[in-house]
Design a protein around this ligand. Structure first.
Ligand SMILES: Nc1ncnc2c1ncn2[C@@H]1O[C@H](COP(=O)(O)OP(=O)(O)O)[C@@H](O)[C@H]1O
Ligand SMILES: [Mg+2]
Length: 304
């Protein structure tokens, strides 16, 4: 369990994290979603005890990270896959981790195998690793101490499609076994696929949180026809009001059944008819992204 209560962090006069509260429960993947510069990494650094908050508190299994005995065996953390000693090999980094945590050396080979780093790759220096390989090594490092909690900051960055698929299955199985997962992303689609719970952050503030099902709850119907004006008048005749949607179709609050019946009545051939799932979340996220896009690019924001 990760518990964050009324967390705030200010840099000079800039509020990077503003009164953030949430909980991540065991058995679920919690997606921490927000555009670049929203405050995700800062929040995670505070949870990991690397940044001190100005107000509020963050607890891991009920205590502050700094008070967790042998933390690597309780919470696996991957904040920045490139923050490893570049002159060491992947195997050396895992070996040092295992020694620090007092683990058997057999864990090193188990983890290398789990993340599919070959024996040859594991002997290469990390400076010669691709970002995807660094992410795999970082995930191996986070899982080394067999922790019950995982916290990963943008773990999908740099992974190829097969790697992303692999990571999703890994995290899903981990959560299904009762693990707690907090993972951040700046891509809605990315977290939408994997998360059970979502926390959406923008400009340091939580703007939405809940289960994925709640947040993606059906938001009416999306419909598209080859003849949009015929479709619009068919809907109007049936007393259904609709608004143009970005994808070249129409959105309405009516059900797909009602829209289909109206189209049949007006003899309009449809090319698409479906529940407009998650449109609310997508719009919210686009608004957040657009509003942060206008701000100056910060060093962190550039590769966050
Ligand atoms: N050490 C720091 N000094 C000044 N500003 C910082 C520092 N760390 C983060 N920030 C700023 O706080 C904001 C949130 O950053 P961050 O938590 O990295 O966002 P995210 O991970 O969501 O992209 C950004 O505008 C960033 O530039
Ligand atoms: Mg970040």
């Amino acid at each position: 369990m990760i518990t964050v209560k009324n967390l705030s962090k200010t840099y000079g006069s800039f509020r990077a994290v503003d009164d953030v509260s949430f909980t991540c429960r065991p058995g679920a993947v919690t997606g921490f979603l927000g555009p670049n510069g929203a405050g995700k990494s800062t929040t995670m650094r505070i949870i990991a005890g690397l940044t001190l908050p100005d107000a509020g508190e963050a607890h891991v299994s009920g205590v502050r990270y700094s008070d967790v005995p042998n933390p690597g065996t309780q919470i696996g953390v991957l904040l920045d896959a490139s923050a490893q000693h570049a002159g060491r090999s992947g195997r050396e980094i895992l070996t040092i981790g295992a020694l620090t945590m007092g683990l058997p050396m057999s864990r090193v080979d188990e983890m290398l195998e789990l993340v599919s780093l070959t024996p040859e790759e594991s002997k290469r220096k990390v400076r010669n690793y691709s970002l995807g390989m660094r992410q795999r090594l970082g995930i191996a490092h986070a899982l080394l101490g067999d922790p019950k909690i995982l916290m990963l900051d943008e773990p999908a960055n740099g992974l190829d499609p097969a790697g992303i698929h692999w990571m999703r299955s890994l995290l899903r199985e981990y959560a299904n076994r009762g693990g707690t997962v907090l993972l951040s992303s700046h891509l809605l689609h990315e977290v939408q696929i994997i998360a059970d719970e979502l926390i959406v952050i923008g400009n340091g503030k939580i703007v939405a949180q809940g289960t994925k099902d709640e947040l993606l709850a059906s938001a009416g119907t999306f419909v598209r026809a080859t003849d949009p004006s015929a479709l619009a008048s068919a809907l109007t005749s049936a007393g259904i009001s609709a608004t143009p949607s970005g994808e070249g179709g129409l959105r309405t609050d009516a059900t797909p059944e009602q829209v289909g019946a109206a189209a049949l009545q007006g003899q309009v051939a449809l090319v698409e008819l479906r529940a407009a799932e998650g449109a609310g979340l997508e719009e919210l996220f686009l608004e957040l992204t657009a509003s942060t896009q206008r701000e100056a690019v910060t060093p962190e924001g550039a590769n966050a």
